[in-house]
Design a protein around this ligand. Structure first.
Ligand SMILES: [Zn+2]
Length: 289
């Protein structure tokens, strides 16, 4: 139970022994927001105590015609750093290029990671964010390999550098890659399809390890004080979920999964009673249908 985050219940947090510094226990407000509230939009709020100063979460139903975006001190159309989310494209690229298979075993001695991960396969490397696994692959991946992996993941391909040194930094750190949170919905959709050539690997790789994910499956990418979660829910609607947090007091990977789950469950609780408004398609005409 150690490290489990229970949203908005300070007493339970104390019982679970979670570190509860002054900043981490400050209640945060996440609001449904958009560029000007359209007709019929009703503001919604979520109170949580997670430790993120800035965050965005976007949940969408399968047909992407209904979506809810939660924000804390970030604009929903703001370009964000893709960061370690690039590891997902890198892994897919090297699998498709047959540089590794789903069963290739690497040994992480911890020289580039917070701890030694030991013998790991690609699924664990992605789930754990093992840099020791990704560093040698980043120097071997080709420009077209990487670009086509972005396309398979439903993402617009950024300009992948031709220079090997610059390309390695791009493939490892996502250096120079910016994207909007709404663009990651397609990535969540692609991940839920478990793309070839190793579809069974994804069912293992997409189980977050940093926090209890509940019904969510997806990629957790951490870089410094920022983290992404991009994925989907199993067995319930809404289907696709993308979350970004920055300036975290605690562990960003834990915060982003907990926040994605909290907003997802809040929409499940509240969303049935009212018609959600799609922040991606802001209505231009007023009036009721
Ligand atoms: Zn490692």
């Amino acid at each position: 139970m150690k490290g489990r985050v229970v949203v908005g219940r300070r007493g339970v947090l104390a019982l679970l022994g979670v570190s509860c510094g002054a900043m981490a226990c400050r209640r945060e407000t996440y609001s449904v927001t958009g560029r000007g509230l359209p007709s019929g939009w009703r503001e919604r709020r979520l109170e949580a105590s997670l430790g993120a100063r800035r965050a965005l979460v976007l949940s969408s139903r399968e047909d992407q015609r209904e979506a809810v975006l939660w924000s804390r001190d970030l604009g929903w159309d703001l370009p964000l750093r893709g960061g370690a989310l690039v590891h997902t494209a890198l892994l897919l690229a090297v699998l498709r290029g047959e540089l590794v298979t789903a069963d290739t075993v690497f040994r992480c001695d911890g020289s580039r990671c917070e701890r030694a991960h030991g013998a790991i396969r690609p699924a664990d490397a992605l789930a754990l964010g093992c840099r020791t696994f990704f560093v040698p692959l980043a120097s071997r991946v080709g420009t077209s390999m990487l670009a086509s992996a972005f396309a398979v993941l439903g993402l617009a391909s950024p300009s992948v550098p031709d220079d090997p040194v610059v390309r390695t930094r791009f493939a490892l750190e996502g250096e120079g890659w910016v994207l909007r949170i709404q663009d990651t919905l397609a990535m969540g959709q692609a991940l839920s399809r478990h793309p070839e050539p190793a579809p069974t690997m994804w069912s293992e790789a997409l189980v977050p390890r940093s926090a209890e994910p509940g019904p969510l499956r997806g990629v957790v990418a951490v870089r410094d004080t920022e983290a992404w979660f991009v994925g989907y829910s199993v067995g319930s609607e809404p289907r696709w979920v993308s979350a970004f947090v920055s300036d975290c007091d605690g562990r960003p990977g834990q915060v982003v999964v907990s926040l994605a789950r909290a907003t997802h469950e809040a929409w499940l609780r509240e969303g049935q009673a009212q018609r959600p408004v799609n922040p991606l398609i802001v209505p231009r005409r007023r009036g009721r249908r």
